[in-house]
Design a binder for this molecule. Structure first.
Ligand SMILES: [Zn+2]
Length: 285
């Protein structure tokens, strides 16, 4: 990806090197208790965590660039450029729809982080929290992507960020709310099916971003689209389950299969047309 000369976003908050500090403040034992209560009682973690203030120490602190290796700093820089490009692209697309794009924030963290959706650890992977309209990303995930998921390349990383921004677009369009509503009272099987469709649409929206970013700024280099498609496939639920359990359980899918994820990204990339991405009413995924 040609990114070095791209605009940097002003919506990145760097909380690396701060990870774990809030945890230490509370005491590791207390956190384990919180996690245990959540498991035992089936409590919504966000409700519980709202009662436990982990964020106090983090406010007003910011890591200084000097603390990072050149490689770490480059990854942060790269993420900022990708985010900025999604801002420019979605601002344009929302204007075309007669709306206004509200930019999400991107929090870089290491280890663990407190979000408005609860306490998160990097093992959970990157995520979007609608309550604070923020994407949370531990940059070490990119190393996992390269080695564990065998999806190397900078555009594989850009796809991951664009997918999370896709969730933000879904939030702004009211799709997240509709999905929450539909999931309520649904069987586990049906709820998973709805989640898969939500995830595939985020892949589609990542493809739509790539289409318009390429058209406006020629960001793609040879092999970039393949990198994104490979990443979409490698982090498909069937691959992940096969690797971790040795078998696949379709009802437990929450992101879609390898083929589905690659197909929807490609559809967004080829058409660049948001109206082609109604995964909720698509007969076949
Ligand atoms: Zn997702």
């Amino acid at each position: 990806m040609r990114w070095q000369t791209g605009r940097r976003s002003t919506n990145v908050e760097d909380r690396r090197r701060m990870g774990g500090r809030g945890v230490a403040g509370l005491g590791g034992g207390a956190l384990i208790v919180v996690a245990l209560i959540m498991v035992l009682t089936g409590t919504d973690p966000t409700e519980l965590l709202e009662q436990v203030d982990l964020s106090g120490e983090m406010v007003g602190q910011s890591a200084s660039p000097g603390e990072f290796t050149a490689a770490e700093q480059e990854l942060a820089d790269f993420s900022s450029v990708v985010l900025a490009d999604t801002e420019d692209t979605w601002r344009m697309l929302f204007e075309q729809m007669g709306g206004t794009y509200q930019e999400p924030r991107l929090v870089l963290y290491s280890g663990s982080v407190q979000s408005a959706c609860g306490f998160a650890q990097s093992a959970m992977g990157p995520f979007y929290c609608p309550s604070d309209q923020t994407v949370y990303l531990d940059l070490s995930f990119f190393e996992d992507l390269r080695s564990r998921f065998r999806a190397p390349g900078d555009f594989a990383q850009a796809y991951v960020i664009a997918h999370e921004v896709g969730h933000h677009v879904q939030y702004l369009l009211g799709i997240m709310d509709e999905v929450d509503e539909a999931r309520r009272g649904a069987s586990t099987e049906d709820a998973n099916e709805i989640t898969v469709r939500l995830e595939l649409q985020a892949d589609f929206l990542a493809g739509v971003w790539a289409h318009h970013a390429q058209r406006a700024r020629q960001i793609l280099e040879e092999g970039d689209v393949e990198e994104a498609l490979n990443a979409a496939s490698q982090i498909g639920d069937d691959r992940i389950q096969m690797e971790s359990q040795g078998y696949v359980v379709p009802d437990a899918f929450t992101h879609g299969t390898a083929a589905q994820r690659a197909r929807w990204f490609l559809r967004g990339y080829r058409t660049g047309d948001i109206s082609q991405g109604d995964t909720f009413n698509a007969r076949s995924l």
